[in-house]
Design a protein around this ligand. Structure first.
Ligand SMILES: Cc1cc2nc3c(=O)[nH]c(=O)nc-3n(C[C@H](O)[C@H](O)[C@H](O)COP(=O)(O)OP(=O)(O)OC[C@H]3O[C@@H](n4cnc5c(N)ncnc54)[C@H](O)[C@@H]3O)c2cc1C
Length: 377
């Protein structure tokens, strides 16, 4: 039931593949080396309206389904994981569509779909990311609004984004989601983190010191932020799984091409059985991860009761595939794979974080196991 891209999805994939090759590939190595945001790729994507893909047409978006979103992220990450992440981070504000008022939607979403606005979300804190419910950032209710204090750590697009979706404690046990603008008084940013990979994607602390937000910057119910975030994380796990899959697919392609070009013992190394076995295993990992991912994407689209677990399964499968396939791709390049001159070196560095963020793969496995046991009751 939950399978397959139709011809529209096929055509879309082809279009995004050509776009990525023409507009992202020329800058992929450069932004990694210079550790700078992907301004060229971001602007080119905005011209096509890619930042608006999941948003409703009435708000300037394209009403793209989950499968289209997955295909887009995969194809962009296939050539440049940093640019792909920067663009898909703009989809975080779907939370405003899901839980915001009509006015909030009108105020925020067109800035993203039409005006090149950039987004981020702040869940993780210095004391921890896995134990989200231990978050210490506080939002105190005051006259006509809320006052936020706290620090969010490892925030993708920190300092670069215009809008931040901030998860903050509103009572002893309750959390809210708040819309914070870069220009709000009391908002500042830490130094850019120096990372192993994803170097073209800015990451920094977001520091909130007595940030006053009027009431209309609270999203929905001040006690339901945790439930909202679980819903948004289910969708974003599909995006992050797609991102990881794209890195794996790109590395496989590089490995196939290199092994056909490189000769040893008087013949292309692609003729050696051990090399072919590795390539076959890489292809199996990519194809099986994609099948799981597409199934999960369609289940999320349909609000299937098992969608959350399937999104976790896809996240683990795709990110574990990314790490394994990129490592093998480096291996198949021999010594050259260890040099910055070949993209597989960057791909292997970019792959690692896909097992860490968006709920580490250990946390995903805990969640999957819980669902498996609960299903017996
Ligand atoms: C490049 C980058 C970008 C990021 N972008 C964002 C962002 O945009 N927004 C955001 O909010 N966060 C972001 N993060 C944060 C990321 O989501 C967290 O790093 C991640 O959730 C893990 O949290 P932690 O680093 O505090 O590790 P910890 O929670 O301290 O975990 C450390 C280790 O302990 C393991 N562990 C923890 N608890 C358990 C348990 N119960 N059982 C078994 N093992 C456990 C973990 O799996 C991990 O291996 C980003 C991180 C990076 C590196």
């Amino acid at each position: 039931m939950y399978i397959a891209e139709n011809s529209i999805h096929d055509e879309f994939r082809g279009m995004i593949r050509r776009f990525a090759r023409d507009k992202l590939l020329p800058f992929a190595a450069e932004i990694d080396r210079d550790k700078r945001p992907p301004v060229e790729g971001f602007a080119a994507a905005a011209e096509l309206g890619l930042q608006g893909l999941p948003y409703p047409e009435r708000l300037g978006g394209q009403d793209g389904d989950m499968l289209s979103q997955s295909i887009m992220v995969e194809e962009l990450a296939r050539v440049c994981a940093s640019t792909s992440l920067t663009i898909s981070s703009c989809w975080i504000m779907m939370a405003v569509v899901d839980f915001g008022t009509a006015q909030q939607q009108q105020d925020i979403v067109p800035q993203i779909t039409r005006d090149g606005g950039k987004c981020a979300w702040g869940l993780t804190e210095p004391k921890g990311g896995s134990d989200l419910m231990a978050a210490a950032t506080r939002a105190e209710k005051g006259d006509g609004g809320w006052v936020l204090n706290g620090t969010k750590r490892f925030i993708t697009n920190g300092g670069w984004a215009d809008w931040y979706l901030i998860f903050a404690r509103t009572s002893e046990k309750g959390f809210g989601l708040f819309l914070v603008n870069k220009q709000d008084a009391g908002v500042s940013f830490g130094a850019p983190e120096r990372k192993m990979g994803m170097r073209g994607s800015p990451t920094s602390d977001v520091i909130l010191e007595d940030v006053f937000l009027p009431d209309d910057r609270l999203l929905g119910d001040p006690a339901k932020g945790a439930a909202y975030i679980v819903e948004e994380l289910t969708r974003s796990r599909i995006h992050m799984a797609s991102h990881a899959l794209g890195i794996a697919a790109g590395a496989l392609e590089e490995a196939v091409s290199y092994t056909e070009d490189r000769s040893q013992f008087g013949q292309p190394i692609s003729r050696f059985q051990m090399v072919r076995g590795m390539v076959a295993d890489m292809a199996i990992r990519v194809e099986s991860a994609r099948a799981l991912l597409h199934r999960a994407a369609m289940m999320v689209q349909d609000n299937h009761p098992d969608a959350k677990m399937q999104a976790s399964i896809a996240k683990v499968a795709c990110s574990d595939a990314a790490m394994a396939v990129t490592t093998d791709a480096v291996q198949l390049h021999g010594g050259y794979g260890y040099l910055e001159d070949y993209p597989v070196e960057r791909m292997m560095r970019d792959a690692k974080v896909t097992q860490i963020w968006e709920g580490t793969n250990q946390i995903q496995r805990l969640m999957i196991a819980k669902e498996v046991y609960d299903a017996r009751r």
